[in-house]
Each structure stands twice: as structure tokens, then as C-alpha cells.
Ligand binder design. Structure first.
Ligand SMILES: *[C@@H]1O[C@H](CO)[C@@H](O)[C@H](O)[C@H]1NC(C)=O
Ligand SMILES: *[C@@H]1O[C@H](CO)[C@@H](O)[C@H](O)[C@H]1NC(C)=O
Ligand SMILES: *[C@@H]1O[C@H](CO)[C@@H](O)[C@H](O)[C@H]1NC(C)=O
Ligand SMILES: *[C@@H]1O[C@H](CO)[C@@H](O)[C@H](O)[C@H]1NC(C)=O
Ligand SMILES: *[C@@H]1O[C@H](CO)[C@@H](O)[C@H](O)[C@H]1NC(C)=O
Ligand SMILES: *[C@@H]1O[C@H](CO)[C@@H](O)[C@H](O)[C@H]1NC(C)=O
Ligand SMILES: *[C@@H]1O[C@H](CO)[C@@H](O)[C@H](O)[C@H]1NC(C)=O
Length: 446
């Protein structure tokens, strides 16, 4: 009898456990809530949303993590700088259809403010790890967590700008492994009106690492990065939006990009099931040449050369003394001044395999060709270099640079070309040492 009761108890327990598994919910409606201790689980069980604390801190945060990974890995946090200090946290949809996170005494700790009175809102955790607030009637997203990244870029997330709505998506590292509040280590795309867009990793406002602008084939600072078995990627840049996005080739692989304030790196990790650990797949900056502006203005960085910094052809160290002491910060200046609109017009020297210079002072037009581009550059005394904005199929479009050329590195491989402005006398000297320039000069004199 006792035995029977016992097994009955076990089976009801089992039933209860099963029911909690089966009834794991992936969405809630306005009459429901997610309290501390309960969670939402995406349909396929990849991601979970709930409350957590990190390390020895007792602060509670609402976040999203991988459901199937034993090493708790949080990919998104709602109340990053506004923790709840007890288990009173509760996520719900309020009367106007906004998501609100309530803490002690029902104080509002975090909220979405984009929604203007929608009665049919429903919040759902998608299999991609995106938390969406859906207007069930209109079938549209009112808000989504992918628009407000924390420190992690998941497959299918965009980093960049939506030029129509003005939504800007960038990553910011946690202050430290216990505090998800944003540190000063960030990663985002910069673009001003008509400049060639590119992504920067920064410390505060200071530039720290650039992948180099997208040239249609690759990022000019990572020519070796091509479509690969792990992930595909794209850089989209048109009137509507500018963004970088990647997707995994094999959906069973788990991989993410994350910023780390402590190591000051942007790392890609892949989950290794056999070892039950995250393995670093790639990391940036890779080497000293990746450190922003390492060789100063008009200098180039070459891994494997000694010294690693050299002036671009036609330039010399601004201070030979400091350059000799391996202080590259002052960079390089022209050996021969440009004549600009003077009697002998300037020309251009062609460089290959360079990481393109910082594009902050640049201008781009995707329709004009390289000849017109050259003319445009020649006609403006502050234009220092030009190239095609898209190098595919022989090259289309035009980018021109103004002022000093910064953060350049030399690669042994790479189809990237850059035409740098030189005075005719500098080019004249080149003729003696470089036959390629003869062609250029003959073009010049035509
Ligand atoms: C939790 O936070 C509230 C409001 O910020 C504060 O009044 C309360 O003393 C805190 N409780 C604990 C246990 O720290
Ligand atoms: C819902 O939350 C938003 C954001 O906090 C707020 O502006 C709005 O007034 C709230 N609506 C109601 C009915 O409380
Ligand atoms: C919570 O609300 C009650 C009643 O309004 C108030 O007496 C109490 O001080 C509040 N507690 C905190 C921690 O704000
Ligand atoms: C940053 O990297 C360090 C060293 O690998 C690690 O201990 C720490 O947890 C990482 N920080 C975050 C926020 O992931
Ligand atoms: C820098 O080093 C070069 C080569 O070693 C030497 O010829 C030159 O005199 C040095 N210049 C200065 C200013 O120290
Ligand atoms: C690019 O240049 C062409 C020719 O000068 C011009 O018609 C076009 O408007 C320009 N496009 C942009 C986006 O500035
Ligand atoms: C040269 O380009 C700069 C930067 O775009 C611009 O401010 C300046 O007006 C241009 N000068 C001429 C002569 O077009």
C-alpha cells in the first residue's frame, strides 16, 4: 500500500514536471505577466527570457539567454543600469500596449515607449532570440529587442542604421562580468551625409578598431574574410538602410559576436558541444596594425616588417628623430608639396592591397565611374585619394578622401586599390624607379 502510494506520488510528480515542460510558454497577452522565477521559452527551445543575477551580485535583471547551454550566457538585458534588488520583478504589457518591467512597489524599472495605445499587443520570444511586441490584429512588430542590442550580435541581427526610421543599432559591452550597464566599449556603424559608411569599435569617443569600409567583396581591413562554412554575411548600404548582418550556414551551430570591456576585444565564439565550452573563433583587434592609427597620418602598418610602420610612398616622417625612436604618432608628411591648381597639375600613384583610410572625411557616389572620380578629386585641392566604391567586376562607383590618410595597413593579398594624389615632380621621380607610373604619367599628359 505504502509502496503504491509512493509510486503514485512519483508519477504525479513526473506528471507535474512534464506539464511544466509542455506548458513552457513563448508569449504572453496583456492579462498575463512574467514574474521572477518564471520564464518564456522560444518555440524551438533555443532561447529563454527571465530574471537572473550575475556572479556574486544579488541585483536582478530581465534578460535573454541560451536555453540549451549549461554555461549561462546572457545575450540581451532589458534593465541594464536599473537592477531590481529583490524578486519582485514582473514583466507585463500595460494598458496602452507597452512592455513594462515593474520592480519593488510596482515601480516602473524599464519600459518601451514606442507604442501609442494598441489593445491587441502580445509579447513573444522568437527562436532567433528576438523578443518582439506584436500587434496581433495588424500583424506588425510594435517593438523588438533586436533594435536595442546589448553586447551581443546574434545571427540575423542588424548592426547599423535604419535611415527611414532613424533607429541606430550598436553594441555596447557590459561594464564588467557582474554589471550589464553599458561600459564605454562600443561597436557601431558611422556615416554622415554622403560619406562612405564603415564600422568602428570605440573606447568612449576614441576610435579603437576599424574593419575598414565594405568594398563590395569584403571589408578592406579583412581581405581574407570571405564567405565560409560557419557563416555568411552581408553589408547593405542604400537610401533606406546601412547595416552589417551575418547568418549561420548550419542552423545547429551556435555562434555569437560579443564585446568585452575587460579584454577590449570584439570576439566571435562558437559553442563546442563536446567540450561544453565557448571557443573563440576570431577576435579583433588581431595585431598591433589593427590598433587605430598605429602608424600615424599617411603611414602604413605592415605585419612582418621591421619596423612595422612605414611612410606611404611619396611621404617622409614628420619628425625623423621621433620616427627613429619608434614613436609613430606624428605620422608622415609629403616629400614634395602638391601644386594643386598650379602650372604642373598633380597626378596619382596607384597602391594595391591597402586597408582603405578612415572614411570620416570622405565622399561617395555609387554611379559615377573611376575616370570621373579622378577628375572630381583633381578638381578639389583638399582631395587626397580616390578609388571605386565597389571593386566587383572591374570596379564601379567613386569614393574620394579629404585631408590626411589615416589607419592604413598593407596586406600581401587583396584586390583593393587606392589612387593617392602626388605632385607631378614626385611622379616624375617615380618614373625612374617604377615603370608602372610611366603609364600613369602618360595618362596625365594626355
Ligand atoms: C531595494 O531598493 C529599494 C529602492 O531602491 C530600497 O528602498 C531598498 O532598501 C532596497 N532593498 C535592499 C534589500 O537593498
Ligand atoms: C504604459 O507605459 C508607458 C511607458 O512607461 C507609459 O507612457 C504609458 O502611460 C503606460 N500606460 C498605462 C495605461 O499605464
Ligand atoms: C512601498 O510603498 C509603500 C506604500 O506606498 C511605502 O510605505 C513604502 O515606503 C514603499 N517602499 C519602498 C521601498 O519604496
Ligand atoms: C571578458 O573576458 C574575460 C576574460 O576572458 C572574462 O573572464 C569575462 O567574463 C568577460 N566579460 C564578459 C562581460 O563577458
Ligand atoms: C634616423 O635613423 C637613420 C638611420 O639609422 C639615420 O641615418 C638618421 O640620421 C637618424 N635621424 C635622426 C634625426 O635621428
Ligand atoms: C552621383 O553623381 C551623379 C552624376 O554626377 C549624380 O547625377 C547623382 O545624383 C549622384 N548621386 C548621389 C547620390 O549623389
Ligand atoms: C572640396 O571638398 C570639400 C570637402 O567636401 C568641400 O568642403 C569644398 O567645398 C570642396 N572644394 C571645391 C573647390 O569643390
Amino acid at each position: 500500500m505504502v509502496h503504491l502510494l509512493f509510486s503514485l506520488m512519483i508519477s504525479t510528480n513526473l506528471l507535474f514536471m512534464l506539464s511544466t515542460i509542455c506548458f513552457a510558454v513563448n508569449s504572453i497577452s496583456p492579462s498575463q505577466s512574467v514574474r521572477d522565477g518564471t520564464t518564456l521559452v522560444s518555440k524551438d527551445g533555443s532561447f529563454e527570457l527571465g530574471f537572473f543575477n550575475s556572479g556574486s551580485s544579488t541585483n536582478r535583471y530581465l534578460g535573454i539567454w541560451y536555453k540549451n547551454i549549461p554555461v549561462r550566457t546572457v545575450v540581451w538585458v532589458a534593465n541594464r543600469c536599473n537592477p531590481i534588488n529583490d524578486s519582485s520583478g514582473m514583466l507585463m504589457i500595460n494598458g496602452t500596449g507597452n512592455l513594462v518591467l515593474l520592480g519593488q512597489n510596482k515601480s516602473v524599472v524599464w519600459w518601451t515607449s514606442s507604442v501609442k495605445n494598441v489593445q491587441s499587443a502580445r509579447v513573444e520570444l522568437l527562436d532567433s532570440g528576438n523578443l518582439v511586441l506584436r500587434d496581433v490584429v495588424a500583424g506588425t512588430y510594435l517593438w523588438q529587442s533586436f533594435d536595442y542590442p546589448s553586447d551581443t550580435l546574434l545571427p540575423g541581427m542588424k548592426i547599423g542604421w535604419d535611415l527611414r526610421t532613424g533607429v541606430k543599432r550598436s553594441l555596447s559591452a557590459w561594464k564588467n562580468s557582474e554589471d550589464p550597464c553599458p561600459g564605454d566599449f562600443t561597436y557601431g556603424i558611422q556615416m554622415q551625409h554622403n560619406t562612405y559608411p564603415e564600422a568602428y569599435v570605440r573606447i568612449g569617443t576614441a576610435k579603437y578598431y576599424r574593419s575598414g569600409p565594405w568594398n563590395g567583396l569584403s571589408f578592406s581591413g579583412s581581405p581574407e574574410l570571405k564567405p565560409n562554412p560557419l557563416y555568411s554575411f552581408k553589408f547593405v548600404y542604400n537610401e533606406d538602410e546601412v547595416y552589417y548582418m551575418y547568418n549561420l550556414q548550419d542552423k545547429s551551430v551556435i555562434s555569437r559576436i560579443v564585446l568585452n570591456q575587460t579584454t577590449r576585444s570584439r570576439d566571435r565564439f562558437t559553442w563546442i558541444e563536446a567540450d561544453q565550452t565557448w571557443r573563440a573563433y576570431s577576435s579583433a583587434p588581431r595585431d598591433m596594425c589593427d590598433h587605430y592609427g598605429f602608424c600615424g597620418a599617411n603611414g602604413k602598418c605592415i605585419i612582418g616588417e621591421n619596423p612595422v610602420c612605414q611612410c606611404l610612398k611619396g611621404f617622409r616622417p614628420k619628425s625623423q628623430e621621433k620616427w627613429n625612436l619608434t614613436d609613430w604618432s606624428l605620422g608622415c608628411v609629403r616629400k614634395k608639396p602638391l601644386s594643386c591648381h598650379g602650372r604642373d597639375k598633380d597626378g596619382f600613384l596607384k597602391f594595391s592591397g591597402l586597408k582603405l583610410p578612415d572614411t570620416t572625411l570622405s565622399w561617395v557616389n555609387k554611379t559615377i565611374n573611376l575616370e570621373e572620380c579622378r577628375a572630381k578629386c583633381l578638381n578639389n585641392c583638399s582631395c587626397m585619394a580616390y578609388t571605386s566604391s565597389d571593386i566587383r567586376g572591374g570596379g564601379t562607383g567613386c569614393v574620394i578622401w579629404f585631408g590626411d590618410l589615416t589607419d592604413i595597413r598593407q596586406f600581401l593579398v587583396g584586390e583593393q586599390e587606392l589612387y593617392i594624389r602626388m605632385s607631378a615632380s614626385e611622379l616624375g621621380m617615380e618614373i625612374c624607379s617604377d615603370t608602372k607610373s610611366i603609364l600613369l604619367l602618360s595618362k596625365l599628359t594626355n
